[in-house]
Structure formats: C-alpha cells, structure tokens
Design a protein around this ligand. Structure first.
Ligand code: ATP
Length: 385
C-alpha cells in the first residue's frame, strides 16, 4: 500500500485553459479519497494522471516515496476500475479476474487460489464460468472490481464505477464498495459527480471546480464549514438556499423576512459590507408551531407563504417563492463572480418535519436556526462565517 502525493499538478491539453490547475493533494496510506465536481472539472484527468494514462504538464506525482511522472502505468502497481468496466467479452469471469495475474506470469496454483478468494469476497463464485454478456450490470461491476483487487495493488482508482447502474443497484454497490475498502484497507481514489456517493463513501472529499481544488475535508466538514458558495451549493441535497440580503447593523433584510444575525462573531465577520448572501440549509428551517418557546428565542421567526409542498413520509419539503428587490438582485449580479444561475433561486426550499400540518397556499411562521447561518461575500463567494 502507499500514499499518493500530488504537488502543484497542472494539466494542459494543447494550449487551452488548464484542465487541472495547480492541484496539491495528499491521499494518505489506506485512505478513501473522493474526487468530486461537476462535469468537466478535471477529476477524471487527475485520476488518469495518477494512474499514468495522461502526461503531467507540470508538478510532481508521488506514489509512496517515488516520483512517478515518467513511470509507465504498468510499473506503478495501481489497479483501476473504469466506468464501462472494460471486461474482455470472450473471456469467462474467472479469466477476466485472473487477467492481471496472468500478465504478471503468476503460477496456475496461485491464480486459482487468488481468483477463488476474490470471487468469494465478491459473491461471484457461482458465475465464474460465465461470460460478461450473461451477467447483470451489478455482477459485471463486481467482476471489474475483482480484477482490480485480485493482486496486491498499492492503490485502487475508481472512475465513476456506478454510473451505469440503476438507482437501487447503485445504492447496494455503494455499500459493497465501502465494506470492501474498509476490509482491505487499500488506499483508494474514487471519482464521482454524485454528491451522495461523495458524502457516504469517502474518509475525505476533494471538491474540484474548473480544474481547481476548492476544499478538501471530511464529508461533515464540507457540509458544515464549506469554504465558499460553490462548495456550499454543491454539497447537500436539496442544496443550500442563498438569499440576497442587505445588512442593517446586526439585522439582515432578506426576501423572506428581516431577522437578527444573533451571533456576534458572524455579525463581526460581515464587517462593513452592505450586501451579503445568506446561506440556509433546507433543514435549518422548522415549522415554528412545532418549536418550543425556549428554542424559538435562539433563532428567528419569519412569516412566509408556501406555494407547493412535497410530503415524503419521513419529512416534507415546502417551497417559498420570493422576489429579491430589483436593485439588490442587480447589485448582486454585478458583484458576484461565483453565482451560477440556479444558485440564485427565486424560491427557498424548506425541509420540515413530516408531522407539520403545512399545506400549499398556507401562510406559516418559519423558525430559522440562525446559529447555523452561513454568510457569503457576494464578490468573492468566500464563506465569512
Ligand atoms: P466528466 O465528469 O464529464 O467526465 P471530468 O470532471 O472528469 O468530467 P475531465 O474529463 O477531466 O473532467 O476534463 C476536464 C477538461 O479537460 C474538460 O474541459 C475536457 O473537455 C478537457 N479534456 C479532457 N480530455 C481531453 C483531451 N484528451 N483533449 C483535450 N481536452 C480534454
């Protein structure tokens, strides 16, 4: 096993915009690291540079103590699982899994022992004589994983391995991969654009945007302390609400109501800014009718009109349309470099307890957990809190 160390890695295809721009990232020995970001952010390119399928324009890539920039993929002792599985259709499951061992000229006896063990681990024993065409999507995915883990690779690299599976199977395979990685304890780098996979699988998550690393941290850190608007909006589902607000002393004037920041440190962080973006996660709202007086006092209550509700059994979503004052919206657009259009919504999404009696068309009092507010600088997107 080995740590993977990336130092100021740059990748340029031709002379265009760098696909990966000055990324430094340490994956510790045995760690499960997720690379996540929207399409085109450079995550596959970064993975392909680790494995050696792509040249590095500048920077150093280390596996263990060795700089591998110029080392051929086969000499890096890494195992990669691709999105399309890349199985050999004419070979049986047994021979597909055995393939890396055959390449390494392992003895037949060792091949048999290892393939049998791997098949048992992945519950493929009864399918060993089949061809890939006669397997389900989940089984093919397991064969691809079997081929990766059958030899003692220093690290596993996964490139969106679950994206061809339906939602239910994806959930199942996700747990299987987590279990397998915990059991083997092998350093793993896993690329996905799915924030649920990112949040549930990894020890740590690296968020990329336009080739640049935005933040690296545990899922909880990213969720609770996103460094900027992009990470805040990317992590969490439904995503964080961003309300434009004008600042009046320690008060925020938002399109859903006026309330006190409450928290001294947050008020200080706003400084002399006149406008901020207030980030509130859907679950940091509650139906005020269900909140104790003592708790109410620790947050703010605003009166809003709900136009649509969605009841999901364990919770429900209420949608609160709003209109930002035109001058504020214009000022924000002017100031903001970070806002993608879907992030400056015209409705707030509120996650309420399933027992709330809210119905479409109701005016209700919403409690806001102001202790959990995020305040963003609209000019830089930085989280001030
Ligand atoms: P996706 O999730 O869509 O696969 P990604 O985050 O993995 O996206 P990359 O595939 O790494 O992104 O691509 C990053 C950028 O580099 C994109 O702008 C892409 O168009 C560009 N790119 C990738 N491969 C090449 C190539 N071989 N030649 C030129 N440009 C490329």
């Amino acid at each position: 096993m080995a740590a993977i160390t990336m130092q100021n890695i740059v990748k340029k295809y031709g002379d265009g915009f760098p696909a990966v721009n000055d990324v430094s990232l340490d994956v510790q020995d045995g760690e499960f690291m997720i690379l996540v970001g929207p399409s085109g952010c450079g995550k596959s390119t970064l993975l392909r540079m680790i494995v050696g399928l792509e040249d590095i324009t500048s920077g150093d890539m280390r596996i263990g103590d060795r700089v591998v920039n110029k080392v051929a993929p086969r000499e890096r002792n890494l195992a990669m699982v691709f999105q399309n599985y890349a199985l050999y259709p004419h070979l049986t499951v047994y021979e597909n899994i055995a393939f890396p061992l055959r390449l390494a000229k392992a003895e037949n006896e060792e091949v048999r022992r290892r393939v049998t063990e791997t098949a048992e681990l992945l519950e493929l024993t009864e399918h060993l004589e089949r061809k890939p065409a006669n397997l389900s999507g989940g089984q093919r995915q397991r064969v691809a994983m079997g081929r990766a883990i059958v030899r003692d690779a220093d690290a596993f690299l996964f490139d969106e391995p679950l994206s061809n599976l339906d939602a239910k199977l994806r959930g199942q395979m996700r747990t299987e991969i987590a279990r397998l990685q915990r059991r083997l304890g092998t350093t793993t780098v896993y690329v996905t654009h799915d924030q649920t996979e990112a949040m549930t699988l990894g020890d740590r998550v690296a968020v990329l945007r336009k080739g640049e690393l935005q933040q690296v941290g545990s899922p909880r850190e990213l969720y609770e302390q996103p460094v900027n608007l992009f990470v805040a909006g990317f992590i969490g589902s439904p995503s964080m609400n961003f309300l434009p607000a004008s600042v009046d002393g320690t008060h925020l004037e938002t399109p859903i109501g006026r309330f006190d920041i409450h928290d001294r440190a947050k008020a200080d962080a706003v400084g002399d800014r006149e406008v901020v973006l207030v980030g509130i996660r859907p679950e940091d709202f509650e139906d005020a009718a269900l909140v104790s007086e003592e708790k109410k006092a620790r947050g703010a209550v605003v009166r809003v009109k709900v136009d649509v509700t969605e009841w999901l059994g364990n919770e429900q979503y209420a949608y609160v349309p709003y209109e930002a004052p035109a001058d504020l919206a214009a000022q924000l657009r002017e100031l903001s470099r970070e806002l993608d259009s879907d992030q400056l919504r015209t409705q707030a999404v509120v996650a309420l307890d399933a027992s709330s009696l809210v119905a479409a068309g109701d005016e209700i009092d919403l409690w806001i957990d102001t202790g959990r507010l995020h305040l963003f600088d609209p000019a830089t997107g930085a989280n001030l809190t």
